[in-house]
Ligand binder design. Sequence first.
Ligand code: HEC
Length: 86
Amino acid sequence: MIVVGLAASPMVSASSADDAMSQLNAIMADDAKRQASYEAGHERIRFCGYCHGEDGNSKREYIPNLAAQHPLYLFNQFEKFRDGTR
Ligand code: HEC
């Protein structure tokens, strides 16, 4: 599994990282939003969980665990997948 400290990641610009974290914090602080977010994520678990494990712990050596990774690190990876840099 790849472990990257956020402070050491040059791909996270301060503003997009701040935006992502403040959005996440706002969702997590609000019971209704958090619940809605879990439910929305649940639909996707079947697809992502097939490889990454239903609880985010992969059972295959070559597929990284997503559980317990820093949300900003994951956010940054999604951005990289989207723009093709990863
Ligand atoms: C077919 C199997 C498969 C499926 C389905 C899949 N992934 Fe992955 N995922 C991988 C593999 C293999 C890697 C490692 C690729 C690499 O290192 O470039 C990876 C890497 C990642 C990473 C980077 C993890 C890290 O430690 O850097 C993230 C985040 C991720 N996947 C999220 C998702 C999400 C979210 C979904 C569902 C929308 C998903 N994956 C579906 C196989 C899969």
